[in-house]
Design a protein around this ligand. Sequence first.
Ligand code: ARG
Length: 461
Amino acid sequence: GRISLWGGRFAGGPSDALAALSKSTHFDWRLAPYDIAGSRGHTRVLHAAGLLDDDTRDAMLAGLEQLLADVESGSFIPAADDEDVHTALERGLIERAGAEVGGRLRAGRSRNDQVATLFRMYLRDHARVVAAHLLAVVEALLAQAEDHPTAAMPGRTHLQHAQPVLLGHHLLAHAWPLLRDVERLRDWDRRTASSPYGSGALAGSSLGLDPEAVAADLGFDSSVENSIDGTASRDFVAELAFVCAMAAVDISRLSEEVILWATKEFAFVTLDDSYSTGSSIMPQKKNPDVAELARGKAGRLIGDLAGLLATLKALPLAYNRDLQEDKEPVFDAVDTLELLLPAVAGMVATLRFHTDRMAALAPQGFSLATDVAEWLVREGVPFRIAHEVAGSCVRVCEERGIELWDLSDADLAAISPHLTSGVREVLSVQGSMASRDAKGGTAPARVAEQLQAARARADEL
Ligand code: ARG
């Protein structure tokens, strides 16, 4: 029959409809090992407070150990009647240690402080896994940058050719946001390393239990300062959902470029067969599904975050049952990244760049016009005039269907007396890139330093 945690007050059990609505074991069972770890810690503080004698403590710990083994082997699973992971495990403990021992564990704790603690433990572990996967994507980007120390590509703004950039510079521009996402996870962890155990239902425990002892036992830095905050706050959930959504959006922006690069029109990359898919009808097709799924799943993670914030928005303190809705969205966010990121890392690591084509396109679209203007500035011409002169060069070239470097000395002189043949030294992709040599610029020497800096950052994370 249905095990009731609140039998005394009620004449009858819950209706089937309520029981079905209330049930959460299908998604909170993954917290089981953390719940058992929490129970172990709780057993020890009950003993330290003089509420369990040595034998009872030992019997309780033995029962919990057996229960954990049975959970791990799959021989203990939630029953149809178990409301949530906590209820199921209490039943399991009583079945193993007996009601006399097992029935003592619930003293001084509530599912409210329990779930708030276990949820933090679970998420802290998985945030570390997500961070490691993000660093693998970063590593794939850094390795590609390292393999292409001189390759140029068209740099774009508004998706139009803007200025030539080093391929490695562009790839690193995707790596830095991911490194910041990992930093966000580390920073989040510091705030989340505080244990609500001992907060009870909302007001704390009257039984002389030491929350700091449980916190240390469970790997937290400390216990919470406020039992109401400990049981009612879920900003740690929303914040992690944000970092996951941000990382997914960062991955989506990279993926969108991979999708474009893999088109016939761009033809910047070829995807490895092991990271592309075919078509059931069109025999020639090779599709960038990894990148498309990444782009698609970013929308899903944004939804997870939006749903969580909506759940929290108008909740009064302290615990409300609405909070049971906090788990599925963030579990989904973390599960999705754990599934997605290894595929993205593999896709990036195996991209083959068509560097000749990229280099040939880099100066197209008059992307060296800024270099003409800046050369004039170095010759002492005010930028306003330099900009106009370089613009005239573009107009003349466009009219004649030629490129900037095709202008003869006479053409140059006709456009402006300031334009001499010396300008030709900046009318090359390599010259243009090499000239942008301040920190953060696309000059190959600076990008090589940037790569070292990115590696150092990745190593310290
Ligand atoms: N399963 C609940 C949750 O996930 C925890 C139980 C608290 N329930 C309660 N009625 N106080 O939030």
